[in-house]
Design a protein around this ligand. Structure first.
Ligand SMILES: Cc1cc2nc3c(=O)[nH]c(=O)nc-3n(C[C@H](O)[C@H](O)[C@H](O)COP(=O)(O)O)c2cc1C
Length: 340
């Protein structure tokens, strides 16, 4: 390791857990689960492969906390006792190859269809999620206070299951237009009660869920994936995202994973090059004391080193370049015990 290999430096979190370097494999849906949300041999093989690259933390793809929050037919589930064995095997696969195992929990909210969600479409209000042309979503059904209580319970019990299954890190998915993101964005949350309207009100439901999940996951790492912005007119802005990140830090969250918003994870049209969401990560990292994960088109070690060296971000997630075998970094595999 040279002094320029910032990505190889390890990181100690406040709970004493050590990440062996600054690379993360972000959640990437594999669509390899069976129709009941159980991991298959293909799911397990995939995480074996993804872990071989040598990243410090490998995140298992978005896993639904209840059938009503399922957004595709072959999505992995974390919702039922029966899902436990598969989740445990995935955590073992990742940990036995030397990475920390994380799992992303999601409720799709209104970004689903009745045929996948068991008939229910659960949204904060009456507005449909703006999605890619050509894709359809179900008709919004504004959630009652009983529905909200169910969500609190589903996130809690899925977290409990994941912790028992051996995960080092839980990530709540509050980006890419899925359920929790819909509560945050003014474009999808038109409630008139204490959970809609003002910024504080739109933050409220996520912060309540974080507080429950934080307690259950005490001693483990908690990450929240948020939108650096909606990249849509009248949508959430980077300033609002930074304030949310500060609130999450105050609630004991360990990591803020900065991605995009209602428009989905794909590159916004006006952004080019590696690290196309790095400006959002930098803006947030400069305003909080916990680590940020930056993502978006990264694929060369030097670019990653520079982002970390400049303090723009603490960690970098490399998705498609790892998935497609384009990320070559021989030093990463041998990273392990280096101080930093
Ligand atoms: C096949 C695929 C599936 C994805 N599934 C998820 C997911 O489950 N949860 C999530 O937060 N992001 C998901 N994403 C977005 C990635 O985590 C990442 O943010 C995105 O690929 C941009 O990073 P990259 O340019 O390094 O690939 C997915 C991306 C891909 C390519």
């Amino acid at each position: 390791m040279t002094e320029h290999d910032f990505r190889l430096k390890n990181w100690e979190f406040s709970n004493g857990v050590r990440a062996k370097n600054r690379l993360i494999v972000p959640a990437m849906a594999s669509e390899t689960a069976d129709k009941a949300g159980y991991a298959t041999d293909a799911t397990i093989a995939r995480y074996g492969r993804l872990t071989e690259v040598g990243a410090a933390i490998v995140l298992v793809e978005y896993s639904y906390v209840h059938e009503s929050g399922r957004s595709e037919p072959n999505q992995l589930g974390a919702a039922e006792p029966g899902h436990f064995i598969g989740l445990q095997t995935l955590a073992d696969t990742i940990r036995s190859r030397g990475a920390l195992a994380g799992i992303q929990l999601v409720h799709a909210g209104g970004k689903t269809l009745p045929e996948w969600s068991g008939g229910r479409i659960m949204t904060p209000g009456s507005r449909p999620v703006p999605i890619m042309p050509g894709r359809k979503v179900g008709v919004p059904q504004a959630m009652s206070s009983t529905d909200m209580e169910l969500w609190r319970h589903w996130f809690a019990s899925s977290t409990e299951r994941a912790i028992k299954a051996g995960y080092d890190l839980i990530e709540l998915h509050a980006a890419h237009g899925y359920g929790l993101n819909q509560w945050l964005s003014p474009l999808t949350n038109d409630r008139t009660d204490a959970y809609g309207g003002s910024q504080e009100n739109r933050f409220r439901f996520l912060l309540e869920i974080v507080s429950i999940v934080r307690e259950i996951s005490a001693g483990k790492l908690l990450s929240v994936r948020i939108a650096g912005g909606d990249f849509l007119e009248q949508g959430s802005t980077i300033v609002e995202a930074a304030i949310l990140a500060q609130r999450l830090e105050a609630q004991g969250v360990d990591i803020i994973n900065v991605s995009s918003g209602l428009g989905g994870w794909r590159r916004p049209r006006e952004r080019v090059g590696e690290g196309y969401l790095l400006p959002e990560a930098r803006f947030i990292q400069n305003r909080i004391n916990i680590p940020v994960i930056a993502v978006g088109g990264f694929e060369t070690p030097q670019v990653i080193d520079r982002a970390i060296a400049l303090g723009d971000t603490s960690f970098v997630a490399v998705g498609r370049a790892i998935l497609e075998g384009r990320y070559q970094d021989a030093h990463l595999r041998s990273s392990g015990a280096k101080e930093g």
